[in-house]
Ligand binder design. Sequence first.
Ligand code: MOS
Length: 698
Amino acid sequence: MSDSTRVLGAPVVRREGRDKVTGTARYAAEHTSADCLYGWIVPATVPTGRVTAIRTADALAVPGVHTVLTHDNAPRLKEPDDPILAVLQDDRVPHRGWPVALVLAESLEAARAGASAVHAEYTTTGHDVVLTGDHPGLYIPEEANGGHPGLRERGDAMRAFEAAPVRIDATYTLHGLHNHPMEPHASTARWSDGHLTVHDSSQGSTAVRNSLATALGLDRNRITVVSEHVGGGFGSKGTPRPQSVLAAMAARHTGRPVQLALPRRYMAAIVGHRAPTLQRVRLGADRDGVLSSVSHEIVTQTSRIKEFVEQAAVPARVMYASPHSRTEHRVAALDVPSPSWMRAPGEASGMYALESAMDELACALGIDPVELRLRNEPQAEPDSGRPFSSRNLAACLTQGAARFGWNDRDPRPAAREEGPWLLGTGVASATYPVLVSRSAASAQAAPDGSYRVRVNTTDIGTGARTVLAQIAASVLGTDPENVQVDVGSSDLPTASVAGGSSGTASWGSAVHKAATALVRRLAEHTGPLPPDGLTVTADTGDETAQESPYARHAFGAHFAEVAVDSLTGEVRVRRLLGMYAAGRILNSRTARSQFIGGMVMGLGMALTEGSTMDPAFGDFTESDLASYHVPSCADVPDIQAHWIDEDDPHLNPMGSKGIGEIGIVGTAAALGNAVRHATGARLRTLPLTPDKLLPYLP
Ligand code: MOS
């Protein structure tokens, strides 16, 4: 019998790691066969308007081109559950890059050549793609994402702000950001005897199956969606994307399997973006740094076809004690592609502004920024008044500071030089909510003493299979290697999407419940097991329907050291250190990897990533990796993730909080604060590229 405390938390190696590094793991675009057709999308080349004519004769004349689908001849869909999936149904062009045709050919090359030979004509109606703080279309939505109220007020934040002896009033700007998972979005669809099978690059194949059933007007049990290996998603694969509908539609229409992989250049318009935000933060405090007023106002954009509101003011409802608070979102619907989920939506963007403003307040008061945060620790969640199930932000700040070597910091700006380099350090807090969704799982004991867990988890690169084996093994009293884990098919017991940092908690709870029931069944059983073993299935519907009386969040603290080249304005990150309080860490190896991955993404947000909207073309200017810069290994010399042992009994049977997103939250603020410390320049627009810094350097 293995000891559950040894299994949970152990640095168990990711089980599919060898398959991935040896190339035997197959991704959605790789499930092709000799009879497969390859698809290539024709994107709209105008920002908004209508297709008046679309001529396909030249495309059909390209050798190898089999079919061209347009709104004239594409099969009709039922109304999909997401308007972005209503592709090739009418002549509307809601934004540039919207698919107006799909070319299907015997080879990828022929499909691509065919796509360039499709001639589309449009009428355009004038477009509105630039977000401004005074856009006439701005309104307060009833809800921002996650069901959070668009506006929350406690007390009278404006009055308290005006009365405060120390005030910070600053506006921060984040450009749009793009998810660029290593594996672009792809689907391979085939019909066989009236059954549709789609290999899809998705964060949740059950959701894709359900969406396809709605759009195609099919019974759910006639569709299987498989997402066996997924090369990252970060939210962009958290909801079904048009390529799955197009591939399924085309396979049905042609009677052939169809593979459709998005070229990277098309992703920015099709797979969602983190919407730009203009964020005004007002903090009022006394001379000891105790906050009396917190106001955080967000201006952001959505598309014309759906309302999607980055909930960036929500973390200000959680973070600091203040008797007066106002948190508001305003959104304008523009002729832009629909924004969507991107790692820590809301928290990543909102905490950049809030944690930068806290640093500004610390500087204004001459109080250490760690100490300032400690002075504003709330007794209960500020907005809801609910007690925290656990809140170890203070421990993250103080223990992180000790590990980082923060405490002998000279607070004066631009005081440390090393040749042409100006050196500085910065800190910021992090938070991410504890989310959990209903899931089901089965657990089977085989006569040979092995076990098998079945659950439609998606492993998007996090190591979900591995940690679920650990959870099952800890209950079953066996070694994780003795537990087979089947994931990644909608034919398995239904599980929730790999999003909201909720996967391990949601699926793990179902696995834990099934394994616990199996242990009971085995104890009752006498004699040898039947040939197909004993199987039990569990569902967490009852547990997840109950609302917790606690405010449940993970917390963290990020510390950064930067060197700014005073000649070129280049910012180099010397060190990043994250200290987290995220419940029980269930696999120290894969958890560390997720924390670090989030921090690297935060580094990109701070220094290199930013998307600009071309006002004339109505298009994102940075739509490939040559122009949209993500950090490389050389950008990250020393990055550390640590955590405190947090024992929180109000979470789930494993005692875990989510860890997938908190790493990105606050990292950009810590870096911006470090740049300010290094140079004395307080820049409030990301990314901190050399051109922005140069005017402030000696
Ligand atoms: Mo993540 S943005 O919740 O997939």
